[in-house]
Design a protein around this ligand. Sequence first.
Ligand SMILES: NC(=O)c1ccc[n+]([C@@H]2O[C@H](COP(=O)([O-])OP(=O)(O)OC[C@H]3O[C@@H](n4cnc5c(N)ncnc54)[C@H](OP(=O)(O)O)[C@@H]3O)[C@@H](O)[C@H]2O)c1
Length: 303
Amino acid sequence: MDLAGTTIALTGATGFLGSHIAIELARRGAHVRGVVRTPSKGDWLAEAHGVRFARADLGDRDSLKAAFDGADIVVSNAAAVGTGKTYEAFYEANVQGTENVMQAIAEAGVPRAVVVSTIGVYKTRLLGRNDESTPMLQGRERALSSLFTDWRYSSTKAEAERRAWDLAAEHGIDLTTVRPGPIYGERDDKLTTRYAKALKRRVVFAPTLKLPHVHAGDVAQVIAAALEREISVGRAYNVVGDNYSPHRIAHTWRRLAGTGPTIVPLFVPLSGRFDDQRAREELGYRPRSLEEGLAGCVAEHAT
Ligand SMILES: NC(=O)c1ccc[n+]([C@@H]2O[C@H](COP(=O)([O-])OP(=O)(O)OC[C@H]3O[C@@H](n4cnc5c(N)ncnc54)[C@H](OP(=O)(O)O)[C@@H]3O)[C@@H](O)[C@H]2O)c1
């Protein structure tokens, strides 16, 4: 589908990834309708990228339905993310919120949707690589990834994705899910900000453990490509980028900034094993280089 001239309702458009998705879809000529709790947070997106806003909450299906009315596509991106919330709070936003979004899509008669999921939904697989066939977490099950990510977030995202598939089948909605790895980029108050803060110290101890890092702009491009290509209907896509160690990131950041701390390597000879070959083959996904991805982040955190 050519996205030019389509109307795309995007939940969480004022969040970190949401802002990158909004900009990418607008760049391809879509009319982007940000579906958010606080439209004033998106004034800059309205001014610079022509995004319009509708107010809605994941807990209020009627507000979602009203916001989705007349849209050609819904991108479900809003979620409770990060740490420090109860299981119930994650469940309410992620599982019940996704149910509300999918029901509202059906009620508004929108035929096409993308749900943003995460590679955190997978059970631990000790052998081989984790592609989209890796089984997902069930109930309150925990995976090894809970060493890095709150297990409540991962398990509720797995249940949310399962419900999204069930409701898409029940209502005949053409669904694609996108499962990013850890995302970095401009306007990120999580991973990127942690790097930026660490690199303001005089000495940094940086593990050589290699983990996936994907730039938010690359995730946005995969979502747009999925919407453009019919093959993605009924499919899930990992989008994990290349593996980089915090040690490599620290060195690259320091080089781009032209200044920075003493970096001491902590040797951890392990590497993440996620596979995003399907997105590369079917959606033309090509991750940007680390240098390219970090340049804007370094500039943003320069002061
Ligand atoms: N960041 C990562 O590394 C990563 C990795 C894999 C997948 N993901 C997925 O990417 C998506 C976006 O995450 P992000 O990192 O961009 O997080 P974020 O910056 O916290 O954005 C989340 C957005 O969801 C909105 N939201 C939360 N609860 C809501 C509710 N009850 N009603 C309406 N909106 C609500 C927030 O709105 P407010 O602005 O009003 O708070 C915010 O705009 C999520 O689905 C997440 O699971 C993220």
